[in-house]
Design a protein around this ligand. Structure first.
Ligand SMILES: CCc1cc2c(cc1OS(N)(=O)=O)CC[C@@H]1[C@@H]2CC[C@]2(C)[C@@H](O)CC[C@@H]12
Ligand SMILES: [Zn+2]
Length: 255
């Protein structure tokens, strides 16, 4: 079996610096968010998210998470304003979660973890492609949403209902007509800071936008890290722990 990176004892976050030295870089993610240390910045605009549900086109078990992919060859699903300038296109969303309800999110708030964290991934259209943008300091913008246990979210449920057919690594199926805006909480108040991918290659190209308000969900833990026939390896605890802030400013668009 390929000894790629993962979340286990022999290939997890503490080993990633071996293959990806940027793991110890100056702008790594996630971080622990300390609200009292956030600086209110009145120049921060409200987020503007405009998504076309018809851009959704598939759901995949990547072996690290599930991922809902979007057609991104036009500006039909975009993120603008907020802390960013220009137009960023929605590429995919995915989640990170724990083996029990006391852990799972990547960002923490005052040291507290949520059971799950949703990432809506966008790329800066000043670059020719997602892959190119991922190598630029202002290439990507990820909206992070905390999920807590509670009433099922009927829209998220449409995603979870697909998991039976993508149980194992490499499985994918069509997933159409879905509006990710339905996964957002009523308030779009956010913290923002400059960071990185939270998985290898850990590129320092992400403007992080973490929403203060969580959404509720019924927890799911029925996916596998492993490919079919590679044994049972439950997909849980696929999160990187918080990384050093290294002097970076944490800003808020709310007081
Ligand atoms: C920021 C969201 C994101 C983007 C990428 C990854 C992981 C990511 O998740 S996260 N948790 O939001 O940081 C891992 C695979 C990366 C991809 C960015 C583009 C690539 C670097 C490709 O060029 C090759 C591998 C890709
Ligand atoms: Zn992520």
């Amino acid at each position: 079996m390929s000894h790629g990176w993962g979340y286990g004892p022999s290939n997890g976050p503490d080993t990633w610096a071996e293959g990806y030295p940027v793991a110890n870089g100056p702008r790594q993610s996630p971080i622990n968010i300390v609200p009292k240390d956030a600086v209110f910045d009145s120049n921060l605009k409200p987020l503007k998210l405009q998504y076309d549900p018809s851009d959704a086109n598939g759901i995949l078990n990547s072996g690290h998470s599930f991922q809902v992919n979007f057609v991104d060859d036009t500006d039909s699903s975009t993120l603008t304003r907020g802390p960013i300038s220009g137009v960023y296109r929605l590429k995919q969303f995915h989640c990170h979660w724990g083996g029990s309800d006391d852990r799972g999110s990547e960002h923490t708030v005052n040291g507290i973890s949520f059971p799950c964290e949703l990432h809506l991934v966008h790329w800066n259209t000043k670059y020719p492609s997602f892959g190119d943008a991922a190598k630029q300091p202002d290439g990507l913008a990820v909206v992070g949403v905390f999920l807590r246990i509670g009433a099922a979210n009927p829209n998220l449920q449409k995603v979870l209902d697909c998991f039976g057919s993508i149980k194992n690594k490499g499985k994918q199926r069509s997933f159409v007509s879905f509006d990710p805006k339905t996964l957002l909480p009523p308030s779009l108040e956010y913290w923002t800071y400059d960071g990185s991918l939270t998985t290898p290659p850990l590129l320092e190209s992400v403007t992080w936008i973490v929403l203060k308000q969580a959404i509720t969900m019924e927890m799911f833990r029925n996916l596998q890290f492993s490919a079919e026939g590679e044994g049972q390896h439950d997909m849980v605890d696929n999160f990187r722990p918080p990384q050093p802030l290294k002097g970076r400013p944490l800003r808020a668009n709310f007081r």
